[in-house]
Design a protein around this ligand. Structure first.
Ligand SMILES: C[C@@](CO)(OP(=O)(O)O)[C@H](O)COP(=O)(O)OP(=O)(O)OC[C@H]1O[C@@H](n2ccc(N)nc2=O)[C@H](O)[C@@H]1O
Ligand SMILES: Nc1ncnc2c1ncn2[C@@H]1O[C@H](COP(=O)(O)OP(=O)(O)O)[C@@H](O)[C@H]1O
Length: 297
């Protein structure tokens, strides 16, 4: 018997970043939207913990116990006093090190898959606690939809959405390390006082109304200058997206994937074609959100 869990990528429609905390993390006002670009994690009983991965970026995924899916299985097994005797196969479609929370998605998916496989019946609150231990973005991958993350992004409040938002994502030829982008944010902020992060009323209202034009006006990402500083060519991709008719273009989270908001599915296909032809990115994908979080299929 095996259990397969499907789990979405995310885009940050607001990422407000505060000053570095004593523990090295940053307080955030992080408005997440789950979008329909998925990994699938299949858990199968095995003699020992093992991970395999297939997909376009599979060669960049660690297969040892640092993989977030393996760490999730170990964390759940430890809580329930059992051995993590499971094989985890990741069918990966979310770009690696792309600012779309692919590793976090696999952590959340493995947790849900192992919980179902082992019949642990862990309460939702406990699963969310384990997620937060695994990483700041992992709780959101579990719940999906749209949510505001505070603290380091792990404390979630559901956010209302009044419609579907259509996006074109442009994948970059190399990844960006999340800690390196936060370090660059600190370096760029050196001489100014960084205000405490606050959720934007305009972003929340635009989401509630399901209004892409209003969301396009309100989108912000405080990590974008840091991502552009480390990866200046991303400015060309953002410009190509705007020229292709996107209502707005921004770096997704810590990047380097760029997210281009469009009005509807037809506009997404058109902008995707133009972005592909622009030669400013490795590949282009269309996806819409909100979609549900980690789900057994
Ligand atoms: C930036 C965001 C935006 O959603 O995602 P990505 O764009 O990387 O996907 C997240 O904050 C990433 O979350 P996640 O990838 O889970 O990060 P973690 O494993 O918790 O932390 C990795 C490292 O990022 C930095 N970090 C992360 C979160 C945070 N609030 N402050 C930080 O300074 C720290 O250097 C930390 O050691
Ligand atoms: N299951 C996983 N999938 C992808 N990367 C993983 C996974 N587990 C651990 N990692 C590590 O996490 C790093 C960040 O990957 P990822 O989560 O895809 O990006 P991001 O944090 O930008 O959203 C990778 O470079 C890789 O070393």
């Amino acid at each position: 018997m095996s259990v397969t869990v499907r789990v979405p990528a995310k885009v940050n429609v607001q990422l407000a970043v505060g000053a570095a905390r004593p523990d090295g993390f940053h307080d955030l006002a992080n408005v997440f939207l789950a979008v329909g670009l998925y990994d699938e994690v299949t858990a199968t009983p095995a003699g020992d913990l093992g991970v395999t991965c297939t997909g376009p970026d599979a060669d960049q995924v660690p297969l040892d116990r640092t993989n977030l899916a393996a760490r999730a299985a170990e964390a759940l097994a430890a809580r329930y006093g059992r051995e993590p005797r499971v094989h985890l196969h990741i069918a990966k479609d979310i770009p690696v090190a792309g600012g779309m929370a692919g590793g976090s998605a696999d952590g959340a998916a493995a947790l849900v898959a192992c919980d179902a496989l082992w019949g642990t019946g862990a309460p939702r609150e406990e699963l969310l606690e384990i997620c937060a231990e695994l990483g700041s973005d992992v709780p959101f991958s579990l719940v999906g939809g749209a949510a505001l993350g505070t603290g380091r992004g792990e404390r979630l409040t559901e956010v209302e959405t009044g419609g579907t938002f259509h996006w074109v994502f442009a994948m970059a030829p190399r990844g960006l390390s999340t800690p390196a982008v936060f370090r660059e944010f600190d370096r760029l902020a050196q001489d100014r006082r960084v205000p405490g992060p606050v959720a934007s009323r305009d972003v929340l209202d635009a989401l509630a109304k399901g209004d892409p034009d209003a969301l396009a006006e309100a989108l912000t990402n405080d990590l974008q200058p840091a991502a552009l500083s480390l990866f200046p060519e991303l400015a060309d991709t953002l410009a190509a997206g705007r020229a292709a008719g996107a209502l707005a273009a921004l770096v997704s989270g810590s990047g380097p994937t760029t997210a281009h908001l469009v009005r509807d599915a037809a506009a997404a296909e058109k902008a995707a074609r133009a972005l592909r032809a622009s030669g400013t990115c490795r590949s282009v994908r269309v996806a819409a959100g909100p979609v549900p979080g980690a789900t057994v299929i």
